[in-house]
Design a protein around this ligand. Structure first.
Ligand code: CMP
Length: 140
């Protein structure tokens, strides 16, 4: 399987509860390497650009406000099949459907405040990584 990179965001509900280390341990235990990471505070407009694909969804405004409600940790995870592996480690979007042991099963508060985001495909991973990081910041 090819080595891939994927964009991960530890969301405000998780940074607020001091869960960055516990979530990063889940990634590392699964064999994903954190090759870039920074803690930032998005504006609603910056979150809106990131989530533009959801612009027509009824929860878009709420999602943008939530993502700007506190600091987030944006990171690039690298590993064999990293995109799918990260989605496995995160668990289903709605924590009610997330498998035991996954990040969302253990930490997420609701479908909106679900602790982490991860890219869903190679094309989106490339766009999402470039939104937050320059090539010089990716240290494999
Ligand atoms: P994420 O993987 O970051 O991608 C889009 C996000 O929209 C998703 O996680 C959820 O946090 C959020 N989302 C999806 N469905 C809903 C919903 N019904 N209500 C509020 N937020 C949602």
């Amino acid at each position: 399987m090819a080595v891939e990179r994927t964009l991960s965001i530890i969301k405000p509900d998780a940074t607020k509860r001091n869960l960055t280390g516990k979530i990063n341990a889940k990634f590392e235990d699964a064999g994903l390497r954190i090759v870039a990471q920074k803690r930032i505070h998005l504006t609603p407009a910056q979150a809106g650009v990131f989530y533009a694909v959801h612009k027509e969804r009824p929860f878009y405004g709420e999602l943008c406000d939530f993502m700007a409600s506190g600091p987030v940790v944006v990171q690039v995870l690298e590993g064999e099949g990293a995109i799918a592996k990260n989605r496995e480690v995160m668990g289903a979007t709605n924590p009610k459907d997330a498998a035991p042991g996954t990040i969302r099963a253990e930490f997420a508060e609701s479908v909106g405040e679900n602790s982490v985001h991860g890219s869903d495909a190679a094309e989106t991973a490339a766009v999402e990584i470039a939104y937050f990081f320059s090539g010089l910041e990716l240290v494999g």
